[in-house]
Design a protein around this ligand. Structure first.
Ligand SMILES: [Fe+2]
Length: 206
């Protein structure tokens, strides 16, 4: 499953997903460094089909217009709730259970509110999970910004993330952990935010 993790900005991760057969790509969370992202697309001879935004914060979205200018036929993908808050208009709205095909690669979308109202996670070929600012290695996204909710984050982690297979590889939206990615099984065992048994316990995590 072809996926490139790019360090952009200070500690953000941007991702390039692509189908090696059809040579089409999706860029996830282009918050900074469009030049670096475009170099990766050029180096692999990829055509940008989708720009997917896990949530509306500018450190995940600021280079969207730049990429769409270079690839005018590319489509911006976001949830409805976060799409409304963008300075660009999404071309495709996704919700819980939405699917997109990227050549031979299958993308499944999960609506994961908590960090923002319309945050999404992306399951890539049922082997990798791109979590944006919902789940980091060893932590979860903050819930104290506008649109955030501690209770929604707890439900998201318990109902949407904990129920997924251990074998998935988690690719977060920031390089905050002791490693850049990890198996979901290991995160279930070690991530304090996934180990909290109830909302009270979750709310006490420093
Ligand atoms: Fe964020």
């Amino acid at each position: 499953m072809p996926i490139e993790q790019l360090n952009v900005g200070y500690d953000n991760f941007c991702y390039v997903l692509y189908c090696p057969f059809h040579k089409n790509a999706a860029v996830v969370d282009p918050g900074f460094d469009a030049t670096k992202i475009l170099q990766m697309l050029t180096a692999k001879n990829l055509m940008l089909e989708y720009i997917i935004l896990t949530h509306h914060h500018s450190d995940h979205t600021a280079e969207t217009k730049h990429l769409q200018t270079v690839f005018p036929s590319s489509k911006i993908v976001a949830s409805e709730a976060d799409g409304k808050k963008l300075s660009v208009k999404p071309d495709v709205y996704v919700n819980d259970g939405s699917q997109l095909k990227l050549g031979n690669v299958r993308l499944d979308f999960l609506l994961t509110p908590g960090h923002t109202k319309g945050g999404i996670c992306i399951l890539v070929d049922k082997t990798a999970l791109l979590t944006g600012d919902t789940l980091f290695i060893g932590d979860c996204g903050r819930t104290d910004l506008p649109g955030g909710s501690l209770a929604e984050m707890f439900s998201t982690l318990q109902e949407k993330i904990m129920t997924l297979p251990d074998e998935l590889i988690v690719y977060p939206g920031h390089d905050y952990g002791e490693k850049p990615f990890d198996s979901l099984g290991n995160q279930k065992r070690t991530n304090k935010t996934l180990r909290a048994k109830n909302l009270k316990e979750f709310s006490m995590i420093p």
